[in-house]
Design a protein around this ligand. Structure first.
Ligand code: SF4
Ligand code: SF4
Length: 303
């Protein structure tokens, strides 16, 4: 299963519509979206324009402290060097050195590139009690919780609401940046104890939002994280993410990982970006076909 990650924090409706159009046309059936009504509508519109009507959607929320629910903010101490503008993978920094919050996916690249320490990340949560039931009622089969934060009460609250919504699949997205293997597995075991076997997907996140290159090194941690989950012999499906690219499947197979799917965000968006950001995208069939061809090659590499 190939999952196109539009970005848990990506609230740019036009970009989501174009991404879904391209990847659905290329054969992708599952799309990861920000938990917003307008984003789900944009994704459905993209699928409709591609002429595909059996797409599946996964919406993501995060617990407090998880970077997937953060947005970049610029402090007055900015020296206008332009590094953030040049390095943002999602064009979320405007030329006036302002952040377009709808486009910011919280990757933190701008913060790491800022020489003046003038960028910080701020959490932006959603009203999950309202939005998650709405999503399930409107055809979303996968609800995903990003759990890399220290607030266990927030985790328990949000996981309870997800389970009360009774989605076909619940998904747990977890990486090892803040915790070691022991805590990661303890969290997962506790969470899946309330679910039927094989109704949970563990999204083994290598290095979140790091898939800027297409090589084995970039995807190494995603495969390593999947190995940790596999070794625990849990009744779950494993999906790799966080640094995933066209090499992920090959490396995972070499390492004997039985994965159910590969979720690709950064790399998948990057390779079609020159096409989908064009002003004449919807009128230019040649441009669309080029993007679809590139997307097909990536999807094929994940088999
Ligand atoms: S680099 Fe990442 S965190 Fe910074 S503005 Fe762009 S998307 Fe947001
Ligand atoms: S990288 Fe930092 S100092 Fe440079 S323009 Fe961006 S916020 Fe300002």
């Amino acid at each position: 299963m190939f999952k196109l990650v539009c970005g848990a924090g990506n609230e740019d409706t036009e970009s989501v519509k174009r991404l879904v159009f391209v990847y659905a046309s290329a054969g992708c059936k599952l799309f990861d979206l920000s938990a917003r009504k307008e984003i789900l509508e944009a994704a459905k519109e993209g699928g409709k324009l591609a002429g595909i009507n059996d797409l599946q959607y996964c919406v993501s929320i995060g617990i407090k402290g998880d970077k997937h629910i953060t947005k970049a903010k610029i402090k007055p101490s900015c020296i206008k060097c332009g590094n953030c503008l040049q390095n943002c993978p999602n064009d979320a920094v405007l030329s006036s050195i302002m952040i377009n919050e709808k486009k910011c996916i919280g990757c933190g690249i701008c913060m790491r590139k800022c020489p003046a320490n003038a960028i910080y990340m701020e959490e932006k949560d959603v009203n999950y009690r309202e939005i998650l039931p709405y999503m399930v009622q409107n055809g979303v089969n996968f609800l995903e919780l990003h759990i890399m934060g220290h607030d266990k009460e927030d985790l328990a609250r949000k996981w309870k609401v997800i389970n009360e919504c009774n989605p076909k699949f619940a998904s747990i997205c977890i990486d090892r940046e803040n915790f070691g293997n022991k805590e990661v597995l303890e969290r997962i075991k506790e969470m899946i104890s309330v679910r039927e076997p094989y109704t949970t997907i563990i999204q083994a996140d290598g290095v979140p939002m790091s898939g800027g290159s297409d090589d084995f090194k970039t995807t190494l941690q995603a495969v390593a994280m999947a190995e940790v989950i596999q070794n625990a012999n849990l009744p779950v499906y494993i999906m790799m993410s966080g640094g995933t690219n066209s090499k992920t499947s090959e490396l995972a197979k070499m390492c004997g990982i039985n994965f159910w799917g590969i979720a690709i965000g950064s790399w998948a968006r990057k390779i079609v970006k020159p096409y989908i950001t064009s002003d004449d995208f919807w009128e230019n069939k040649e441009l669309q076909e080029k993007a679809i061809k590139i997307a097909k090659i990536l999807i094929k590499s994940c088999e």
